[in-house]
Design a binder for this molecule. Structure first.
Ligand code: SAH
Length: 227
């Protein structure tokens, strides 16, 4: 008889996020009538990112963490991503605050940035779906953590980061501003080069030979094919 209210809470967060996004969109339309179509493509992909991630984040918060490697480096990297991938573009889109650092790009380059959102969102969704309860935003090991080696993880070890590479490289093509569009590239490069070795060490400490065998058959960023 005791109903499970968790899906309800998840839906609540999702609806609130979509409503907040919609309100912001209306605000941008009113405040910045000069905004280009490519900025709205970025915004739509940003909103879709939330729709994909929020249910996983809500579910992940409930699972117990048995090991976390959250030091100053990890916090700095995550803050850098939050700043360059969310906060600065949203502030710029809503206010044009950094317009002294604007540049322009031809329509075909904007087109590449727009089309790139398709593989980005597909990979981002697939990696969340395949990692399931083993996902966490930080360097963490969960209770009953399983090494995921199936689905999109069968051939690539970091499909979620691959998806973030795509969107990070596309962001300067859609938001034509060195601060709001461009800074995400060095921020994510730092994340990739500093975090990935630590994440792999965490997985190796946890799963030992099983992880070594997995790295032998799945590439870091590019799929490994063959036997
Ligand atoms: N680097 C992966 C996962 C990013 S989420 C990707 O790009 O797709 C980060 C967390 O996922 C890490 O803290 C780790 O706990 C977990 N993780 C990474 N690879 C995993 C795997 N193959 N199986 C299970 N958990 C994994």
């Amino acid at each position: 008889m005791c109903a499970d209210h968790r899906p309800l809470a998840r839906n609540g967060i999702l609806i609130a996020s979509v409503a907040a996004g919609f309100a912001l969109l209306v605000y941008i339309l009113v405040r910045r009538p000069d905004a280009g179509w490519q900025e709205f493509v970025w915004f739509a992909a940003f909103a879709a990112t939330f729709v994909i991630r929020v249910p996983h984040a809500a579910r992940a918060r409930k699972g117990a963490v048995v090991e976390a490697r959250k030091d100053i480096q990890e916090r700095t990297l995550l803050s850098g991503m939050f700043l360059t991938m969310m906060l600065l573009p949203l502030i710029h889109l809503a206010t044009g605050l950094f317009s002294v650092a604007d540049y322009d790009l031809p329509a075909w380059v904007r087109g590449i940035g727009a089309v790139a959102q398709i593989p980005y969102l597909w990979l981002f969704h697939r990696s969340h779906a395949d990692l399931g309860l083993n996902w966490s935003p930080g360097l963490e090991v969960r209770q009953d953590h399983r090494l995921v080696t199936a689905g999109i993880y069968a051939r690539i070890r970091h499909p979620m980061y691959a998806s973030i590479w795509i969107t990070a490289l596309a962001q300067p093509l859609l938001i034509h501003n060195w601060v709001a569009g461009g800074l995400v590239v060095p921020a994510f490069a730092a994340m990739w080069f500093l975090r990935v070795p630590r994440e792999e060490a965490l997985m190796r400490d946890r799963f030992g030979a099983e992880y070594d065998a997995y790295t032998a058959r799945a590439g870091r960023l590019w799929p490994k094919f063959g036997r």
